[in-house]
Design a protein. Structure first.
Length: 452
């Protein structure tokens, strides 16, 4: 057994002092507040969130998309064209090296697991690999190396738009029919089988633009107890397209035509009307928020204050992975609410500070979205834990909620000192246990890819 002793720990029922946490295998076996120092000693111990939305391969694009394109109204759609050009160069070895690096960075940023929204399936030109799940297997291999908890979400991508048009040249590595997708899912399950018991296989119909009504129903039924993730209402053009072809806005259509419940995670949701925000909150689904990417792509601002007022659940993802930072995602989310409403402490409650609301929301919502029995420090839960350094100038003297406020608003990921994913001690002293090897492989890959 492993014992972690924390000066302060955020337990499921609130803060406690001098806490001994006993781990047995991948789970928390005992919690003893007021204990004498023992075992691995840390300053502040928190439940480590799951990163609920990632496209790992886009990490290698960081810094390549900040020039103005030929269109004076550069947007998500022009960014997407460069992304398509980039992914056409990726080999299976590249995918594995990039995914391992991304997972390592997530661990060093304080994430215990990732839900990988994996839509890159085929070889350049759209030809299937001999193993239909070859690239899913490469993501699994990356997780075996990094140790990060993995929820793999193979993506069903059928069409280039709501009108059913064929996939374009940049999309043909994504495409599947329902039958070929079922084969791919079987292969993904086989690839995940050797990984630890906390590994999860879910499913991801890409969006209402990219799957048919029947395709959505097919994907949802493939693994009826598993997480189901989908992009929803990210861009105004997407809203207009769905409204034109399906007669309702994306969120309206989904809430009317699908059995949305706690297994669903809807990504972005930056283009919702008040009644849609309320309706989604009341389903028990998770809103998957990616504030850094949503800022980068000009998606808009999620209506977090209204959503929270109706009991909505949410979590954090790093999406394009141009910047992997848990603290910065949380800060960006809160600052977006303040800027829109010209307010302060927009998400705080009378009982909990802004930092605590943000952090607990990300931990609980991320675990739900990942299908992971985690999200809080409690006996029986997976040991997804992150320890922050409490000795630095921004944390010194703080107790309870103000520790989280200092971390989110004054600190950064350099405060992350230790991380456990289902009891696996991945980060020690702020450094991942395989940092050098993973970084070396990534550098070899990214050097050859950067010439666009």
């Amino acid at each position: 057994m492993t014992v972690i002793w924390a000066e302060q720990a955020l337990l499921a029922d609130g803060w406690a002092q001098n806490v001994a946490i006993t781990l047995a295998g991948d789970r928390i076996a005992a919690i003893t507040p007021g204990a004498a120092p023992q075992g691995q000693r840390v300053g502040v111990l928190l439940p480590a969130p799951s990163n609920l939305h990632s496209h790992a391969f886009q990490r290698a694009m960081a810094g390549l998309t900040e020039r103005r394109g030929p269109d004076p109204r550069d947007s998500f759609w022009t960014w997407r064209q460069l992304m398509y050009r980039f992914l056409d160069r990726l080999t299976p070895d590249d995918v594995q090296a990039i995914a391992a690096f991304v997972q390592m960075e997530m661990a060093e940023a304080g994430f215990a697991a990732v839900a990988e929204f994996h839509y890159l399936h085929h070889a350049p030109g759209g030809q299937a690999y001999a193993n239909a799940a070859e690239l899913s297997a490469r993501v699994a291999a990356a997780a075996a190396h990094s140790g990060l908890g993995l929820t793999l979400l193979p993506v069903l991508y059928q069409f280039g738009g709501c009108d059913g048009r064929s996939l374009g040249p940049g999309q043909n590595r994504f495409g599947n029919t329902p039958d070929s997708f079922a084969t791919l899912m079987d292969g993904a399950a086989a690839a995940l089988a050797p990984l630890p018991a906390d590994t999860v296989l879910g499913v991801a119909p890409h969006s209402l633009r990219a799957v048919s009504v029947d395709g959505l129903a097919f994907a949802a039924a493939l693994r009826p107890e598993a997480p189901i993730h989908m992009h929803l209402a990210e861009q105004t053009a997407e809203v207009e397209e769905v409204l034109t072809h399906r007669g309702a806005r994306p969120t309206e259509w989904l809430l009317t035509n699908a059995q949305v419940d706690a297994r669903w995670c809807l990504i972005h949701c930056t283009q919702m009307e008040p009644h849609e925000t309320k309706g989604l909150a009341e389903t028990g689904a998770v809103a998957g928020l990616c504030p850094i990417t949503e800022s980068s792509l000009g998606d808009g601002i999620f209506d977090g204050v209204r959503y929270a007022s109706h009991g909505g659940r949410w979590g954090i993802g790093s999406d394009s992975n141009i910047r992997i930072s848990l603290s910065e995602e949380l800060r960006t989310l809160d600052y977006s609410q303040r800027l829109r409403d010209r307010s302060r402490a927009a998400l705080a409650t009378e009982q909990k500070s802004t930092g605590r609301v943000l952090f607990e929301g990300a931990a609980r919502g991320g675990a739900q979205a990942a299908g992971r029995d985690a999200g809080a420090i409690a006996v029986g839960k997976l040991a997804d834990l992150v320890a922050l350094d409490a000795s630095g100038p921004d944390m010194a003297g703080h107790r309870g909620d103000t520790l989280l406020d200092a971390y989110v608003f004054a600190g950064d990921d350099r405060m992350v000192k230790e991380l456990w994913s289902a009891g696996r001690h991945l980060v020690s002293g702020g450094r991942h246990r395989a940092h050098d090897a993973i970084t070396s492989a990534y550098l070899t890959t990214v050097t050859k890819l950067r010439d666009l």
